[in-house]
Design a protein around this ligand. Structure first.
Ligand code: FES
Ligand code: FES
Length: 194
């Protein structure tokens, strides 16, 4: 199968049951995406697919053909970090860092959802056109991403900074322009992966 990940096309032979998470980590060496619970409960494995956040542990790799997968490794442009990465650093929004790749990918996807007017349980009437996100909104919308170190206050502050970067307008630009495109082929599928 062919997968487009961080702007590069990869040709792989995989079992149909291979998850996107295991494919990223075990086949492609993209270990920035973390495996926490492996059952959709912690958010550590969050990646972006066509700009939308997805739990890669619950997604089969075969489902992602013809889509663009972006992992934490694909956010920076060369030495220039993505604004969300910079905000996490500036606000010290991490301790051990295990949850951080998922938090950052989720936050980028979340701002896009909010900017697209998707409602939340905090404000069901959310229209997403001009109002800023409250801390409660951010906490609710990020509730699928757990942090065992308890860095939630700094995480919310970092996301607020990016959300308000355009003078109070919801900022949900998703910038994914890798420096170069290429093609990478990988060998035979492993005998089994459980
Ligand atoms: S590893 Fe996917 S949600 Fe926990
Ligand atoms: S920074 Fe350690 S789990 Fe979040």
């Amino acid at each position: 199968m062919r997968l487009s990940i961080n702007g590069r096309t990869h040709t792989l032979r995989l079992e149909p049951r291979a998850t996107l998470l295991d494919t990223l980590r075990d086949e492609l060496g993209l270990t920035g995406t973390k495996k926490g619970c492996d059952r959709g409960q912690c958010g550590a494995c969050t990646v972006l697919i066509d700009g939308r956040r997805v739990l890669s542990c619950l997604s089969l790799a075969i489902m992602q053909q013809d889509r663009e997968v972006t992992t934490i490794e694909g956010l920076a442009q060369g030495e220039r970090l993505h604004p969300m990465q910079r905000a996490f650093v500036a606000h010290d929004a991490l301790q051990c860092g295990f949850c951080t790749p998922g938090q950052i990918c989720s936050a980028i996807g979340m701002l896009r959802e909010a900017g697209d007017g998707m409602a939340s349980i905090v404000d069901p009437a959310w229209q997403g056109r001009s109002a800023s996100l409250s801390d409660a909104e951010i906490r609710e919308r990020m509730s699928g991403n757990l942090c065992r170190c308890g860095a939630y206050r700094q995480i919310v502050a970092a996301i607020q900074e990016v959300a308000l970067a355009d003078g109070g307008q919801i900022h949900h630009k998703f910038d994914n322009r890798p420096d170069s495109k290429g093609d990478s082929s990988h060998g035979a599928a492993p005998a089994s992966r459980t």
